[in-house]
Design a protein around this ligand. Structure first.
Ligand SMILES: Nc1ncnc2c1ncn2[C@@H]1O[C@H](COP(=O)(O)OP(=O)(O)OP(=O)(O)O)[C@@H](O)[C@H]1O
Length: 601
């Protein structure tokens, strides 16, 4: 403890001194940049008299440009280093590995949310995403290996130590070997939930790490039980992929598709806490609306679409005569080819001879296309899908798509996403039992031509053992598989509502705890919020965030969220006893609370 406290002291001092130094350096670079630009403005006349003068002028411009470029590079590097030092000050690192590579003395490797080196480029802290960190997340001591630069590095983990750190204070040190007795994990899980989701870097479990660090397959498809860390893993994986592709991906290379704005609010802050920017995030309806606008289709919505039917039909040959396409273009194709392949051939020919239509949205007579493909009419969403499919259009600037609550999307969504993001990597997480309406489609059928890694998560971290066992009974085929890591805690209670004031008086909250009251519908949530004073009403539109105190929301809004305490209203109503979706609804609702669960009948 003494030695570790001393080490922390040294690192903390380095970081605070560096913040000082780097802030000054950044200010100096800003001043220098300003004066270089002013100087350029004054030297700005172009002397183009003789050939020598012209060459001199261009040489000067070139030299000035190089000076500005060099300044920009130094500015960017200094800002990143400053941001990293600031990020690390509250918690410089969370773990230490003592590694034996079989040659020299054992090496101490400290892991933090980002890496940090001293002025001589000597690593003080390693990034949790660096290859060596794999040895930590393997969650055991002894012989192991990790991959770096396409090589397998064999190493023996002699010691594995976790730290709780508060600035320059070493709060505790835990020597760890096995995951399930992980003191730090249990301590983190016991914390109160009053804000949104938190990053889990220090306590990522081995099965979660396998998902975060998966690099062999372009499509990772996770089906995991409630509270198994799917959203957490998804966000840690965004950070991991950004790290892997630093230098070649721009910030908008990542697209996160979220179920609604309330969920987006809930996860906001996780990536900045890991030193990354908030990724571009969008709901699916907004995405198709934006794409529609970009390609000239008005009011694109999913209502009454025929996409599943169209996706099948375009894989068959269709007589193209009614479309009156150029003969030369048609000669590049054969009548036995599937419709989609022929149309792509035509489009390629049009591109080659510079005859692409000015307005792609009206390239085809959609009325005729509808008739040819056997549907009564095409919605603008159908047309958008067909345009992308028939022209083989890909949104190539998007390198990785991340989708949460995947079970809630229908086949049309997968058809469009796999078409437009055909060259992007996908990370898809969901729980097939958390579908509240209708049935979840089989996602893999939309990825038959890509290498998919299906993975399951069956350990549930969120709730006490008793709550986990309770919600597990509604998870049908998941039920025997779901495991809890937390202690049993209090049994869920079922009771009749007398008055809200009496009920809330018996459920006293600590100042930093949250209570979620979950109703079947938004209308019921509104009525209740009007009735109970001092509450936060959460809606899918996400105007308000989860806060300490009482939060009232409907079940659809509650998906993906969590509270310290949960009260479920109308537990015995038709909504929760519906023969098709009732069990799923109970499973979702009952899995939102971390400490207590009350069911109102
Ligand atoms: N390895 C971990 N270390 C610390 N906390 C974790 C870990 N894994 C999950 N958790 C916590 O467990 C809770 C549930 O995680 P998360 O919301 O990511 O699960 P989920 O599978 O998306 O849940 P659901 O499908 O029920 O919405 C969160 O509070 C999260 O911080």
């Amino acid at each position: 403890m003494e030695t570790e406290a001393q080490h922390l002291h040294t690192i903390f001092n380095t970081l605070t001194t560096d913040v000082h130094k780097l802030t000054k350096r950044l200010a100096a670079l800003t001043t220098e940049g300003r004066s270089v630009k002013q100087q350029l403005g004054q030297d700005g006349h172009l002397d183009l008299g003789s050939i020598t003068e012209t060459l001199d002028t261009f040489a000067n411009i070139e030299a000035n440009n190089r000076q500005i470029d060099a300044l920009n590079v130094r500015y960017d590097a200094t800002s990143i280093r400053l941001a990293h030092a600031k990020l690390l000050i509250p918690q410089a690192y969370f773990a230490k590995l003592t590694l034996d590579y079989g040659d020299d003395d054992p090496e101490a490797v400290y892991l933090g949310k980002v890496g940090y080196a001293d002025d001589d480029a000597h690593d003080l802290i390693y990034d949790w995403r660096a290859p060596v960190a794999e040895a930590y997340y393997a969650n055991r001591t002894g012989a192991t290996s990790y991959q770096a630069n396409n090589r397998t590095i064999e190493v023996t983990v002699l010691g594995r130590r976790q730290f709780v750190i508060d600035h320059d204070r070493l709060v505790s040190v835990v020597n760890t070997t096995a995951a399930l007795t992980d003191e730090l994990l249990l301590a983190v899980l016991a914390e109160n939930r009053r804000d949104g989701l938190q990053e889990i870097t220090a306590t990522i479990q081995a099965e979660q790490n396998a998902i975060i660090r998966e690099t062999q397959h372009p499509v990772v498809l996770v089906d995991g039980v409630a509270g198994s860390g799917k959203t957490s893993v998804l966000l840690q994986r965004v950070a991991f992929q950004l790290y892997q592709h630093r230098g070649d991906w721009s910030p908008d290379a990542v697209l996160l598709i979220t179920p609604n704005k309330a969920f987006r609010q809930y996860i906001q802050g996780v990536l900045p806490a890991l030193g990354e920017q908030e990724p571009l995030s969008v709901t699916y309806p907004t995405l198709i609306h934006q794409l529609g606008t970009q390609f000239g289709f008005a009011d694109v919505t999913q209502a009454n679409n025929h996409i599943v039917q169209l996706a099948k039909r375009i894989q068959q040959p269709v007589d193209l005569t009614p479309l009156q396409l150029p003969e030369n273009a048609l000669h590049q194709t054969s009548a036995t080819m599937p419709f989609v392949a022929r149309m792509r051939g035509v489009w390629r020919w049009l591109a080659a001879v510079h005859q692409l239509p000015d307005d792609p949205a009206s390239w085809l007579n959609w009325h005729t296309v509808a008739h040819m493909l056997g549907v009564s009419s095409l919605t603008t969403y159908d047309q958008l899908y067909l345009l992308f499919a028939l022209t083989d259009y890909h949104q190539t600037s998007t390198k990785a798509v991340f989708i949460d609550e995947a079970q809630d999307y229908d086949d049309d969504t997968w058809a469009l996403l796999t078409t437009i993001f055909g060259t992007a990597e996908f990370t898809i997480v969901g729980d097939h039992r958390q579908r509240l309406f209708g049935t979840a489609p089989s996602i893999t059928t939309w990825f038959t031509n890509r290498s998919v890694q299906p993975l399951n998560l069956t350990t549930s971290y969120r709730a006490t053992g008793a709550i986990t066992a309770f919600f597990a009974q509604y998870a049908t085929e998941w039920s025997p598989l779901i495991q809890a890591v937390q202690a049993p805690g209090l049994m869920p209670t079922q009771r009749k509502l007398t008055t809200w004031s009496e009920l809330l008086a018996t459920n006293k909250l600590a100042d930093d705890q949250s209570l979620g009251i979950i109703t079947p519908t938004p209308a019921a949530a509104k009525r209740l919020a009007d009735e109970i004073p001092d509450t936060t009403r959460l809606t899918r539109q996400g105007q308000t965030k989860i806060s300490a105190g009482i939060n009232i929301l409907d079940l659809v809004t509650a998906k993906g969220l969590e509270f310290d305490h949960v009260i479920i209203v109308d537990w015995d109503s038709d909504y929760y006893t519906d023969p098709q979706n009732g069990a799923n609804r109970r499973y979702v609702a009952a899995s939102r609370g971390t400490k207590t669960l009350t069911l109102l009948t």
